[in-house]
Each structure stands twice: as structure tokens, then as C-alpha cells.
Ligand binder design. Structure first.
Ligand SMILES: [Zn+2]
Length: 315
């Protein structure tokens, strides 16, 4: 199984079962070559759908970031299994659609709101964003220095924007935000559920402070939800095309209703209506960057060989 493009989306499609999504793509001309759960060194992998677009492109879709219903992402080593599959398939571009809650401290201007689509600028590093255990990509050091300039491929943002804009113009989505408008950072909750009011107030205060320290730059806000390992994607030479649909206002911030009151209808109605055709279009048309116009490849530096000789050699 080889494919240059894969998608791990994700909660924008949670309003439909995997079968419903595949049936809709099939009506649009997508052909399923294989639908299976690959074996990986970390155990049985998640459902993996190998497909061909009408433009003869081979595509891999791993539904819902590789999540298995009822299983913990960490205990189940989901991240490792997913990236093993992508690595073995020589994937170069990784499409990830996520959803999240917004912590936007601003009282005026174009605040990010539920129903918006966002192309993130950065993310908070996480102790669980690690390399691929047991392979030469287990760690970057001492052979490489991996920097996280523009962790989400800057060369693909325009294509994402152009693909999403019609849904905003049609009114299915509310607003659209690029890094040049607002610097949005992704934060994965540290626990297994939403943050507390304290957590979000803390991030909101930090976001406001950073924005006031850098008045010449777009303001900083945070989205709280998924952020599939951008470190490992870069380590494996993949360009990440990430988009987020905003499902709710984050815990503890002023809101007119409960989180689930905006989240459920958006998931079931708006997001899936957009994500099904949008993913199809991205799979079919998203360009494969050559690495010269973004930081995804050039920000991985080869370190002096002597670094590796300064530690114990061998497994
Ligand atoms: Zn790139």
C-alpha cells in the first residue's frame, strides 16, 4: 500500500458513520481498493481505507485519527500505529481535520467563534508527541535537529482556504481564519476530557499577554481539542495540512449556552456537510509540495556526526 496523500480526519466527520462517509465518497467517484486493519509492531492497527480518486490518485484514510471506540489514545499507542502505517506507505502530505473549543480573549473585532473554520499557526508541544518507537525515527537527536518553524505546512494553507471558502460564502460555516489574520495555537487537553474553567482562564490570560507583547503581529488565541503529533510528521518528512472547525466556546468563558448545545448540532449538521466534499476535493486536488516553499523539510537539520559518538553506541 503506497500513497502520497493520507487523511486522518477526524471529528468534522463524526456526524456520519465510516460506512456513510465511504458511501458518499463512492457516489462522488472514489473507489475503495482495500478496507482493513493492518498489523503494526505496536499491535493491530486502526481501520485503514486505501482508495483511488477519479484523478487516479492513491489515498489512505484512517478515520478519526486512528481512534478505536472505547480505547485510550495513549494506552493503545494509537499515535505509533497510525504513523507506522503512514511511514510504510511513503505518505508525503497529511490532511487532518479537527474540531475544538475556542479561547479568544478579545472583546471586539473578528473573534473566532463556534461554526468557524481555522487554519492553525502553531501548537503547544506535548510530552506525548514522540518519535516512532523501535525505528530510526524514535528520536531526532543526536543525528538531526528538528525545529518547529511553521509546524503546519505554510505552502498548503492557500489551497485549504480556497477549498473551504465556498462553505463560508454559502453560510454552512460562519467565518474563516488564516495565520495572517489571527495566530491560533492548538492545545490538546492534558486529561481525558475538557479542561477546567481555571485551565482555560490561564490560557486566555497567556494569549492576551503574548498579543499585547507583540502588537505588530496578529493576535494569539488557542483552540482546545486535537493536535495529532506534528513532531513525528515532521520527523517522517510529511507536510501537515491541518484545519479545525470550531465546535464551542472553551470551558468557563462567557457563553450563551452549554458547550454541548453548540457542539452537537454543529457536528451532526454543519461540519459533516462540509467535511465530506471538502475532504474529497483535498484528496483529489491538494498539491504535493516539493519542500522549497515551506519549512516542513528544511527545518530538519543534519547534526555533526561527532554528536552521535559522544554517547553509548548500539541498541
Ligand atoms: Zn510543507
Amino acid at each position: 500500500m503506497k500513497a502520497q496523500i493520507a487523511s486522518l480526519t477526524g471529528s468534522p466527520l463524526w456526524g456520519l458513520s465510516v460506512e456513510d462517509v465511504l458511501a458518499k465518497w463512492n457516489q462522488m467517484g472514489m473507489e475503495v481498493i482495500q478496507d482493513f486493519r493492518p498489523d503494526t509492531p505496536y499491535g493491530l492497527g486502526p481501520r485503514t481505507v486505501y482508495m483511488e480518486t477519479p484523478s487516479d490518485r492513491k489515498i489512505i484514510w484512517i478515520p478519526s485519527y486512528g481512534g478505536v471506540a472505547g480505547k485510550d489514545w495513549l494506552y493503545d499507542e494509537t499515535d505509533q500505529k497510525v504513523f507506522w502505517i503512514l511511514w510504510k506507505a511513503d505518505v508525503k502530505v497529511l490532511i487532518i481535520g479537527g474540531t475544538s473549543g475556542i479561547a479568544d480573549w478579545r472583546s471586539t473585532g473578528s473573534k473566532v467563534q463556534p461554526g468557524d473554520i481555522v487554519f492553525p499557526w502553531s501548537f503547544r508541544t506535548n510530552p506525548h508527541h514522540r518519535g516512532l518507537r523501535g525505528t530510526e525515527h524514535e528520536i531526532a537527536w543526536p543525528h538531526r535537529d528538528l525545529l518547529l518553524d511553521e509546524p503546519f505546512c505554510s505552502g498548503l494553507v492557500q489551497s485549504l482556504y480556497d477549498t473551504a471558502l465556498p462553505y463560508v460564502q454559502e453560510g454552512i460555516l460562519h467565518g474563516i481564519h488564516r495565520p495572517e489574520d489571527v495566530r491560533v495555537a492548538l492545545i490538546v487537553p492534558d486529561g481525558i476530557t475538557y479542561e477546567t474553567t481555571y485551565d482555560i482562564l490561564k490560557w486566555n490570560a497567556i494569549n492576551k499577554m503574548i498579543s499585547e507583547m507583540q502588537l505588530g503581529l496578529p493576535p494569539v488565541v488557542t483552540l482546545h481539542g486535537d493536535c495529532v503529533n506534528p513532531v513525528l510528521a515532521r520527523l517522517l518528512g510529511m507536510h501537515v495540512a491541518y484545519y479545525h472547525m470550531v465546535a464551542n466556546v472553551a470551558q468557563g468563558l462567557p457563553m450563551e449556552s452549554r458547550i454541548v448545545d453548540s457542539l452537537y448540532p454543529l457536528y451532526v449538521d454543519n461540519f459533516a456537510k462540509v467535511a465530506v466534499p471538502m475532504e474529497f476535493s483535498l484528496m483529489q486536488n491538494l498539491p504535493i509540495p516539493d519542500g522549497t516553499l515551506c519549512s516542513c523539510i528544511t527545518s530538519v537539520h543534519t547534526a555533526p556526526e561527532v554528536f552521535a559518538k559522544s554517547m553509548t553506541v548500539g541498541g
